[in-house]
Design a protein around this ligand. Structure first.
Ligand code: FES
Length: 147
């Protein structure tokens, strides 16, 4: 981990305003913000550790726990809600054995919800990484995860 972090920090000068770009690069490299890495980042830019946590927790883009290789995002927007988003979320959670915000122990899937995927006419929808799954029904969901 140290070598990967050193490689990231090489392109920065240690200025306070570099915090967000550094955290973004750390997140890209590690998939989340490991605690020990945030400590090192705080030392590097010479700010209290609490400031790094405060900034990181303000932005939804930063994760504090490892994410699954596949991010399942069930839409909970109004159109999807009307057409059964709660049932979709329950079914996906039941199949994967996790709840919203959790990751499977094998780090294969993380289950999340989103406000709108942008294809409301095809609701209910979910995304797995960048692929959209539309007009979902329980059978279609089971088929999606049985591959
Ligand atoms: S509300 Fe679900 S795609 Fe827009």
């Amino acid at each position: 981990m140290e070598e990967r972090l050193k490689a990231i920090l090489l392109s920065y000068e240690g200025k306070t305003d570099e915090l967000i770009p550094i955290l973004q690069q750390v997140q890209t490299e590690f998939g989340y913000l490991p605690e020990e890495v945030m400590l090192e980042v705080a030392k590097f830019i010479r700010v209290p550790e609490s400031r790094v946590y405060a900034v990181a927790s303000f932005y939804a883009q930063f994760q504090f726990t490892p994410m699954g290789r596949k991010r399942v995002m069930v839409c909970r927007g109004i159109a999807c809600h009307i057409r059964g988003a709660s049932r979709i979320l329950d079914e996906v959670g039941r199949i994967l054995g996790i709840k919203e915000g959790e990751t499977t122990p094998d780090l294969e899937y993380t289950l999340e919800t989103v406000a709108c995927i942008g294809c409301c006419a095809l609701s209910p929808c979910m995304m797995i990484n960048k692929k959209v799954y539309a007009k979902l029904a329980q059978a279609k969901i089971r088929k999606t995860f049985s591959k």
